[in-house]
Design a protein around this ligand. Structure first.
Ligand code: 13P
Ligand code: 13P
Ligand code: MG
Ligand code: MG
Ligand code: MG
Ligand code: MG
Length: 383
């Protein structure tokens, strides 16, 4: 019999500004989920990373289930009521639709779900982030499932030696492609190194097509060419016996990487691994943060969590992240601290351009190049 793990998240208000979803909001969510135990869900755990509330739920209803998504929506609605009563900042921020219909995809909340037959022992890691975007997982998922210098199991565990399959979404073209590692590793990297366009959505074990990892990528999509906002993401990863060991799942975060989504969703910053207690970003609204909660499933019950980044072994990663933060902060509104225009959550640059419209003067002696008409060599051109 299959169990589904659903992690559905939303930012419905911060205390103060975009810093923290307070206890009152978590309690409102818990009240709703508690009522649904045995009716819809088997078990749940409610937490928050910064101003984002994460509902971790188990059930037998499969992915994209209307009842489960409706339950999450109701929990966020109740939390929004509290947020509005307290006049919290951005109350109801991620509930973009007026009412629920079908599932939460496209309505504002983010969602990572996987359905599988629970193994004899089923360790899972739930990652929750704030002040970053779903593409924050591109690099660490690559390391977990395709880099033998990170994951020894790729070399030593016979179930992993045939590699993993990555489902990559082209968020501008609204397409997806499956790439198999190790053979197609370089093609995979050619895509997922580009945060403007490609995000890893799922990873499967090639031996038997078992689901290994899933990321919430809902709001990253452009709808009809219009930017609808990125989202502070969540991810679920299965560990041990045929999957990376828990320590291999966590190891990519020991060396922090730069991710998009800091201050105003418009800056690069280092992704700092933190405990649940320390998932309260405030410096320049950050730096971007990730927490990792380890659970053992027991007939669908969530045993845990073990707060995995609490480990002193990640202290140096935190120090490194803070050094990286100091360095990139020096750039202020200049790239590469500022994101490229295509990735900024909001900007006044179009207004500045409008105001300066009449003041731009053509450069003499230089031909106008059509916008987007810049030619670049591709590898095939290089002799
Ligand atoms: P134990 O010997 O503690 O079970 O660990 C095995 C393992 O896979 C650790 O990465
Ligand atoms: P959130 O995405 O966490 O709501 O933060 C938005 C922001 O602008 C922070 O500076
Ligand atoms: Mg917010
Ligand atoms: Mg419980
Ligand atoms: Mg947030
Ligand atoms: Mg954000």
């Amino acid at each position: 019999e299959k169990i589904t793990v659903s992690v559905i998240k939303a930012d419905v208000g911060g205390l103060c500004g975009h810093t923290l979803a307070p206890e009152d909001l978590l309690e409102a969510c818990e009240g709703v989920l508690e009522e649904a135990v045995d009716e819809i869900i088997i078990d749940y755990y409610v937490t928050r990373c910064g101003d984002d509330i994460d509902l971790i739920m188990t059930h037998k209803l499969g992915c994209d289930n209307e009842k489960v998504h409706g339950l999450a929506w109701k929990a966020f609605e109740e939390a929004t009521k509290v947020a509005k009563e307290l006049k919290l900042y951005g109350a109801g921020q991620d509930l973009l639709a007026d009412s629920f219909s079908g599932n939460v995809r496209g309505l504002g909340p983010g969602c990572a779900e996987m359905e599988f037959v629970e193994r004899k022992s089923e360790p899972i890691v739930v990652f929750c982030c704030d002040k970053t975007d779903p593409t924050a997982f591109n690099l660490p998922l690559f390391k977990m499932f395709a880099d033998p210098f990170n994951t020894a199991g790729l070399v030593f565990d016979p179930s992993m030696i045939s590699g993993f399959r990555f489902e990559v979404h082209d968020v501008i073209g609204h397409k997806k492609v499956y790439l198999d590692t190790p053979e197609e590793m370089y093609m995979l990297l050619a895509l997922i190194g580009d945060y403007e366009r490609y995000a890893i959505k799922r990873v499967y074990r090639r031996k038997d097509n078992e689901i290994a990892a899933v990321v919430s990528t809902e709001k990253i999509n452009y709808i009809a060419g219009e930017y609808v906002g990125k989202d502070d993401p969540v991810a679920i990863v299965r560990a041990q016996s045929g999957f990376p060991a828990v320590g291999e799942v966590l190891e990519p975060f020991a060396n922090p990487h730069f991710v998009p989504g800091w201050m105003r969703g418009s800056h690069w910053g280092p992704l700092m691994p933190v405990s649940e207690e320390d998932a309260k970003p405030t410096r320049f609204d950050g730096p971007p943060r990730i927490m990792a909660l380890g659970f053992q499933l027991c007939d669908g019950m969530l045993v845990g969590p073990n707060d995995l980044f609490e480990d002193k072994g990640f202290d140096r990663a935190r120090e490194k992240a803070l050094e990286m933060a100091d360095i990139i902060r020096r750039m202020g509104p200049f790239q590469p601290h500022r994101l490229p225009a295509t990735m900024m959550e909001y900007t006044t640059v179009p207004k500045v351009l409008k105001a300066l419209e009449d003041r731009f003067i053509p450069l003499e002696g230089l031909e106008l190049v059509e916008e987007g008409g810049v030619k670049r060599k591709d590898r095939g051109d290089v002799e």
